[in-house]
Design a protein around this ligand. Structure first.
Ligand code: 6GU
Length: 231
């Protein structure tokens, strides 16, 4: 999978060289290229923003550098890319969205800052269905200063679903938002007694059927308590 990220803060993406995502890049399962939006400006100040039409607080990112960057990246793509624009005004990012993005050979993330990107950029690429699929995606109902942190989260969650990135594929099934759509059951390791707290007896019973039943019950209880909307 090829991922292109456009941002005015390329340094935000340094963590992608670490851990499983870094190893995935070493193994060529994943190829992440980060582009500085300011490289697509032509004035001495490398201007990427301007004041909003209609007035109001903050600045808006200019359409021209975005289009130059995106046109170049799209032209270099082998397959038709999916263009993801992180915005708190987008559709909610979910595990099922991560699963579908993990199957996309070419992803482009356009990280907006300030009050967002001139709306004509999305309008333009939405109208060019021959060259890209456009998605506006939000991580949740809160506001970040820009798309960078959201894109790091999206890349981590989709990259771990690419075959070979996570060592044991079974660990992708038995986790929160896994196959059953429930939250994960609690987990324990040695020692069996720690600060007067014992590991639940069933887990040391060796009875795999009882263990599976207990875990399914725990998942349901925890989901009921914390996220009844998932049931
Ligand atoms: Cl994707 N971007 C920004 N700027 N804020 C957010 C978000 C995205 N998701 C939640 N808050």
């Amino acid at each position: 999978m090829r991922i292109d990220v456009v941002t005015i803060f390329p340094d935000y993406f340094a963590p992608l060289t670490l851990s499983l995502i870094g190893k995935a890049q070493d193994k060529s399962l994943l190829d992440v290229a980060v582009h500085d939006l300011r490289d697509y400006t032509h004035d001495v100040h490398r201007t990427v923003d301007d004041s909003p039409y209609g007035g109001g607080a903050g600045m808006v990112m200019k359409a021209e550098p975005w289009a130059e960057a995106l046109d170049e990246i799209i032209a270099q793509s082998n397959a038709k890319p999916t263009l993801v624009i992180p915005t708190p005004a987008g559709e909610l990012f979910t595990q099922s969205r991560a699963e579908s993005l993990a199957q996309t050979p070419n992803l482009i993330f356009a990280c907006g800052r300030y009050e967002g990107i001139d709306a004509r950029v999305v309008e333009h690429y939405r109208g060019r269905k021959d060259v890209a699929e456009v998605l506006e995606i939000s991580l949740g109902d809160y506001v970040l200063n820009g798309g960078e942190v959201a894109v790091l989260a999206m890349i981590e969650s989709l990259a771990r679903l690419i075959p070979g990135v996570v060592g044991n594929p079974q660990s992708l099934v038995e986790e929160s938002h896994g196959l059953d759509g429930l939250l994960e059951y609690p987990v324990y390791t040695k020692p069996p007694l720690w600060r007067a707290l014992a590991v639940p007896e069933v887990l040391v019973s060796g009875n795999h059927a009882r263990i599976a039943t207990w875990r399914a019950e725990q998942s349901r209880l925890i989901t009921e308590q914390r996220r009844p909307d998932l049931l």
